[in-house]
Design a protein around this ligand. Structure first.
Ligand SMILES: [Zn+2]
Ligand SMILES: [Zn+2]
Length: 338
């Protein structure tokens, strides 16, 4: 089968031929029909995220059709359309015991990170990682659920969104679009920030009440203006450069919650007095639980959340998708069709 392989930081991704996987007991082999390219791919390529495992097949937003099942598989069968959950926890650590496999102390697999993912014609996963996709959601539209929407669902839960909150979404890619819609569903008022007018237009169409161009003056000051001095109860940081982190922190309301989802090469620096006198809090958000993937699929299937797909490319044209993402040209995801 053909697969896109990662060979370490600063090395180009390569389309290679690998043996087709066979399912072991409890596993399924899925014929991949759509796989989204996430910003994390760029962090792998630059070396900012270095998990030390390569070569490995990238791709953690994966949709496909179950082709083969191993012994003892009862939850899905050949022909079922599924989306993959990309973590396999140990099942025994304190985090796994409450379903938080994204924080597992001894991960068994993480597809598209340290285990072979979905930028390939086939992927092999435990049957419990293959979540049924309802009719009515196309493969391409479903792919960005796997990380984009699920990451948004997880981060929203950590932020304890409440009706009436002012929510600042700093950076509008696939996760940002999910966050705008989830915040809106929670009854929050959303302010979206980007440097790209077309992304801001889409942000508005998805429910952002205010959109700010990062390049047009102080974001924090404009947030204070819009909110009559109150500030943002929640800020989701998806860019996290020195400049945006300064603005994100300054935009926080009293008891505001700053949630880091994205990161860059820059470190976060804040004088404690800024947090002390506002009782603001800062947290990080990583990945999602299996339950959150199931909820994300349901939200999209019921039309409560839309995914945003900019373009669909054949597997062999992955580099075009990577380049467009790096250049900031994509409104939502580029999705590969193996
Ligand atoms: Zn991702
Ligand atoms: Zn665990």
């Amino acid at each position: 089968m053909r697969a896109i392989r990662y060979h370490g930081p600063k090395q180009p991704l390569r389309l290679e031929t690998l043996p087709k996987p066979a399912p072991g007991p409890g596993e399924v082999v899925v014929r991949v029909t759509a796989a989204g390219i996430c910003h994390t791919e760029l962090h792998f390529l630059s070396g900012l995220l270095n998990l030390g495992v390569h070569p490995v097949t990238l791709g953690h937003e994966v949709v496909g059709v179950v082709e083969e099942q191993g012994a003892g598989v009862a939850t899905v069968k050949a022909g079922d359309r599924v989306i993959l959950y990309y973590y396999v926890g140990c099942g025994r650590c304190p985090h796994c015991l409450v379903g938080e496999e994204n924080l597992c102390d001894a991960l068994q697999a993480e597809y598209g990170f340290v285990s072979d993912g979905g930028f390939a014609e086939y992927a092999r996963v435990p049957a419990r990682n293959a979540v049924l996709l309802p009719e009515g959601v196309s493969d391409e539209a479903a792919a960005p659920i796997g990380c984009g929407v699920t990451t948004a669902v997880h981060a929203s839960a950590l932020a304890h969104l409440a009706a009436g909150d002012v929510v600042l979404v700093y950076g509008v890619g696939a996760v940002g679009f999910g966050l705008i819609q989830l915040a809106k569903l929670s009854g929050a008022e959303v302010i979206a920030v980007s440097r790209t007018p077309a992304k801001l237009q889409k942000a508005r169409a998805l429910g952002a009440a205010h959109v700010l161009n990062h390049k047009e003056g102080s974001v924090a000051e404009r947030v204070k203006e819009i909110t009559h001095g109150h500030g943002a109860d929640v800020v989701f940081e998806l860019v996290a450069t020195r400049e945006t982190m300064g603005a994100s922190t300054a935009a926080l309301a009293k008891r505001g919650r700053l949630v880091f989802i994205g990161y860059s090469e820059d470190s976060y620096s804040v004088h404690p007095i800024q947090l002390v006198i506002t009782e603001a809090s800062v947290t990080g958000s990583v990945g999602n639980t299996l339950d959150e993937l199931i909820r994300a699929v349901d939200l999209v299937a019921r039309g409560r959340i839309q995914t945003v797909v900019d373009r669909v490319l054949p597997l062999g044209e992955f580099q075009k998708g990577i380049d467009a993402l790096a250049a900031g040209q994509l409104i939502g995801r580029a999705v590969l069709r193996p």
